[in-house]
Ligand binder design. Structure first.
Ligand code: 5GP
Length: 189
């Protein structure tokens, strides 16, 4: 009996990853999204247990030391981790899971599942340009100027890892990018 599939999706913030993933999940009930734990404070409109499980640095460290995370990383000065027990239970129940994680997490997951049947696949979403990315980050209006500058610098770094991924999608046109994602997933395993 085969396990569920694991798909990792990474992108610099502002590339449109979350919108693409939401649209994909609406159309494909056989896929579910992993909800990460983070020490980042919630943005306006975010709900505990929906976008993330929001927690303190102390609690995060406790969970991490107890082995609760399949992978974890520090991104933009905050910690993020993927629940080990939840993922293992979902895969064993043959459910397909999407992980929205950064390149560091993707590297850990690749190593973890190396040589296993139905190894995880990975997709990297690119914005059309860095300038377009800045426009999108500002338009979102959720982060301070300082945070935006930090994220732009981090975006260039994140994007330098795009080649480590199985497939790269340039999110210029939303519906074309969504089709691209669906096409990749359909034939990935
Ligand atoms: P944001 O704070 O904008 O929601 O996410 C910032 C970055 O953290 C994004 O690149 C996102 O993919 C990444 N991220 C979110 N959850 C996790 C996780 O559980 N593990 C890792 N490694 N990265 C994550």
């Amino acid at each position: 009996m085969s396990n569920g599939r694991l798909l990792m999706i990474a992108a610099p913030s502002g590339a449109g990853k979350s919108s693409l993933v939401s649209a994909f999940l609406e159309r494909h009930a056989e896929w579910a999204l992993s909800i990460s734990t983070t020490t980042r404070p919630p943005r306006p409109g975010e709900t505990h247990g929906r976008e993330y499980f929001f927690t303190t640095a102390e609690e995060f460290a406790q969970q991490r030391d107890a082995g609760a995370f399949l992978e974890w990383a520090e991104v933009h000065g905050n910690f993020y981790g993927t629940s080990r027990t939840w993922i293992e239970a979902q895969l064993a129940a043959r459910r397909n899971i999407i992980l929205e994680i950064d390149w560091q997490g993707a590297q850990q997951i690749r190593t973890l599942f190396q040589g296993k049947a139905h190894a995880p696949k990975s997709v990297f979403i690119l914005p059309p340009s860095l300038q377009e990315l800045e426009t999108r980050l500002r338009g979102r209006g959720q982060d301070s100027n300082e945070v935006i500058q930090r994220r732009l610098a981090a975006a260039a770094d994140e994007m330098s890892h795009a080649r480590e991924f199985d497939y790269v999608i340039i999110n210029q046109d939303f519906s074309a990018a969504l089709q691209d994602l669906e096409g990749f997933i359909q034939q990935a395993w």
